[in-house]
Design a protein around this ligand. Sequence first.
Ligand code: DC
Length: 235
Amino acid sequence: MNRGCLSRPRPTRLTSARLRGVIVTIDGVAASGKSSVASGVARALGIPYVSSGLLYRAVTLLALERGLTPPTAPALLELLAEHPPELRPLPQGNRVSVGPGPDGEQRDLTDAAHTGAVDAGVSAVARLPEIRQWVNDRLRALPPPFVAEGRDMGTAVFPQAAAKFFLTASARVRAQRRVLERQDDVDKIEAALRARDEHDAAQSRPAQGAQVIDTGTLDLNGVIQAVLSGIEGRR
Ligand code: DC
């Protein structure tokens, strides 16, 4: 999926009245383009998007900073009670922060949550049922309408969603995309993605009734349009 050529999405026939209370879920494998697609779809609909992975990443970053390796559920829950990360689904992109620190300020964790160390550690954190529950409680407290992206948005978190999608692409195609974001070797990224696919497999599968979209042959705008058409077909 070529991210470089995002043209303005075709206007949608969905009005804000028809979107009231609506949740759209976009799940998929790592680096399948979920965030870019969810962001584009949300912008076309004029509603926020919610990145569930960013909350898992923030928890992982805090655990690494605290030296919790391997992370255990009781230690993590204690850390989260003291320093709960807060997800802000802003129209220009999701941010996650924690605080206030000694200076009384919130600390933004968003950039630091996208390093190789967090990539490598996040599956071990996301595998813990107590942490999944903690994340899911925060997601369910957000006021709809929104587009939620992750692994289990359509299956476990928002089974009542109005429209559900699941994005796939081969590991090679995903590695070639990610190499543009991370300074690393494409073979190494592909191997890491395959390992993460295996670790995430338990919670990463299409929901019943989800439309599965292979993003390998489409550009970003093509995937966004496919999702918008799928939503219009269901409303
Ligand atoms: O989408 P992402 O790569 O930012 O997600 C980071 C990790 O969080 C990913 O390895 C799997 C996990 N995750 C999850 O288990 N469930 C979700 N709903 C979202 C992400």
